[in-house]
Design a protein around this ligand. Structure first.
Ligand SMILES: [Ca+2]
Ligand SMILES: [Ca+2]
Ligand SMILES: [Ca+2]
Length: 537
């Protein structure tokens, strides 16, 4: 097992080996910017058998790919993402798809396996890689594996976890995990951590493990997915009343990762481990490529809402020390109130959060609609409403039919059409940030050094890769700052009398008047909730 320090330096040297976002190496994902799509809500196709039925589908996404990346580096009116994570697309009875009943078939509401292959081909043409959500912890209650396992003499009986009586003890979730919904001759209870409709697969069983490997291998070989987003992996193998992060789980994943990388050396495995940074790091140190950084996500929100840069700086440093560039970063996802809602509906705060995410180390994931500031609070379906393409209150440009879910009432204010041509829009900022990240090695491959800016409202860090060195300064507060903050110019190698360039807003930056100025204000003024990226000599 690698130590933390070794991991960080290994990440830096691996990052150095993939200098450009177009890099085709096995670790292509290190320079990617991902976009998370809930297929049901992104775009309903306008042609073909699934057109205009009010449900988003794979052909619908293909029709909208130019919005995400048109494949032409010379045009700048696309978002510029280079990766897509599709939330579950396998056959499932639920709207969200996390209870799979057939791992080998695309859900008929979303299309066919051939549609998926066409989708991957269209993405690859534009320089976009595709990863799919893979749910290994449990299956839907109507999955054939579970139907078979209900029989007490079934040879799949031990593919699931059974007990004569529910196990009780401390430390579990506040809902029942042992269920007796299935009436069989044994009267036994089955284990389903999340819900009775999702029985946990017993991954201690070699046969069940082999079967799950096969389902995953199918997606990264035959179907052509570039990687897998691994759902709820901290729950894979439980031990009595220890429900998460067991050593067996981590060992299982190490073997799984080996098998997937053997099937396809450039596969990208990113795990959902909703836990502290140090716990998340254990998974990455043991074989999966990357994992989501929930601690940093929540620190960015708390820091901006409180106007406290230290909260964010500490989290970024902790993430860098534990995960290096292998952290998958986000400011929101399909399980949280949308970031715009958590930031009180403030466009300025949302811009600030995006600036931090897209200039920090890691592999950024943008949740669909985040780039235009879509809002939404729980329950879950309200976090997953139709993409707001136009101001149409009924259909949002998402479908010409009747949408499967109501369009959010914010649609007339918050939509792609409205922001598409506005240089000052959140969408425009996202485009500039992504382009800057993709073109600057310091941002997509560089290391990270936190700075003391002398004011708790100012987050400052340096990203550097070889001779590309960028200073990032973000005012996370609602105050416009002029005098209060300053950086150590000497330590940054900045000499008096040279002109520097700010790259996000195209501003000129004045170096200190004289040698030894202890408090260099790289920019005369820091606008509220605004970030700046300065090219250092
Ligand atoms: Ca459709
Ligand atoms: Ca383009
Ligand atoms: Ca489990």
């Amino acid at each position: 097992m690698l130590t933390t320090g070794l991991l960080a330096s290994a990440c830096i040297s691996l990052a150095a080996a993939s200098p450009s976002p177009q890099s085709a190496g096995n670790e292509w994902w290190r320079t990617a910017v991902f976009y998370e799509i809930f297929v049901r809500s992104f775009a309903d196709s306008t042609e073909g058998p699934l057109a205009d039925d009010g449900v988003g589908d794979l052909r619908g996404i293909i029709e909208r790919l130019d919005y995400l990346n048109d494949g032409n580096p010379m045009t700048h009116d696309d978002l510029g993402v280079t990766g897509i994570w599709l939330m579950p697309i396998c056959q499932s009875p639920s709207y969200h798809g996390y209870d799979v009943v057939d791992y080998r078939a695309v859900d008929e509401e979303y299309g066919t396996n051939e549609d998926f292959k066409a989708f991957v081909a269209a993405c690859h043409q534009r320089g976009i890689r595709v990863i799919v959500d893979m749910v290994m912890n449990h299956v839907g209650i109507d999955h054939p594996w579970f139907r078979e396992a209900i029989g007490p003499d079934s040879d799949k009986r031990d593919w699931f976890v059974w007990r004569d009586e529910p196990l009780t003890g401390e430390g579990g979730p506040n809902h029942p995990v042992w269920h007796d919904r299935v009436k069989d001759r044994t009267g036994q209870f089955y284990y389903g951590f999340f819900w009775h409709g999702m029985p946990d697969v017993n991954l201690r069983s070699q046969a069940a493990t082999a079967a799950m490997h096969e389902e995953c291998r199918f997606w990264v070989t035959e179907m052509g997915a570039d990687g897998l987003r691994l759902d709820a992996v901290k729950h894979l193998i439980e031990d009595g009343v220890q429900f998460e992060n067991t050593p067996e789980t981590i060992a299982w994943l190490r073997e799984f990762s080996g098998a997937m990388h053997q099937a396809r050396p450039d596969v990208f495995l990113v795990g959902e481990v909703w836990d502290d940074t140090e716990v998340v790091a254990r998974y990455v140190q043991n074989g999966i490529d990357s994992a989501f950084e929930f601690s940093t996500c929540s620190a960015i929100e708390r820091g901006i809402n409180a106007g406290e840069a230290e909260t964010i700086g500490r989290a970024l440093e902790r993430s860098w020390n534990n995960l290096g560039a292998a952290a998958s970063t986000m400011i929101g996802n399909h399980d949280m109130d949308r970031v715009m809602s958590r930031l009180g509906g403030s466009r300025e705060k949302a811009a600030c959060a995006a600036t931090i995410q897209l200039t920090a180390p890691g592999v950024p994931f943008i949740y669909y609609g985040e780039e235009i500031g879509m809002v939404g609070v729980k329950p879950d379906p309200d976090l997953r409403t139709p993409m707001q393409w136009t101001g149409d209150a009924e259909r949002a440009g998402f479908t010409t039919g009747s949408p499967w879910s109501e369009v959010h009432p914010s649609v007339n204010q918050v939509n792609v059409d409205r922001q598409r041509k506005q240089p000052g829009s959140l969408l425009s900022l996202y485009r500039r940030l992504i382009r800057l990240r993709q073109t600057r090695p310091a941002l997509h491959a560089g290391d990270f050094t936190l700075l003391d800016a002398g004011d708790d409202r100012v987050l400052a860090f340096v990203r550097s890769h070889e001779d590309d060195r960028l200073l990032v300064v973000v005012n996370v507060s609602g105050d416009t700052l002029i005098e209060q903050w300053g950086l150590d110019a000497g330590a940054l190698g900045v000499r008096p009398g040279s002109a520097l360039k700010e790259m996000l807003h195209g501003m000129r930056v004045y170096t200190p008047r004289r040698e030894g100025d202890a408090r260099w204000r790289a920019l005369g003024m820091l606008d509220r909730y605004t970030g700046y990226v300065v090219k250092l000599p």
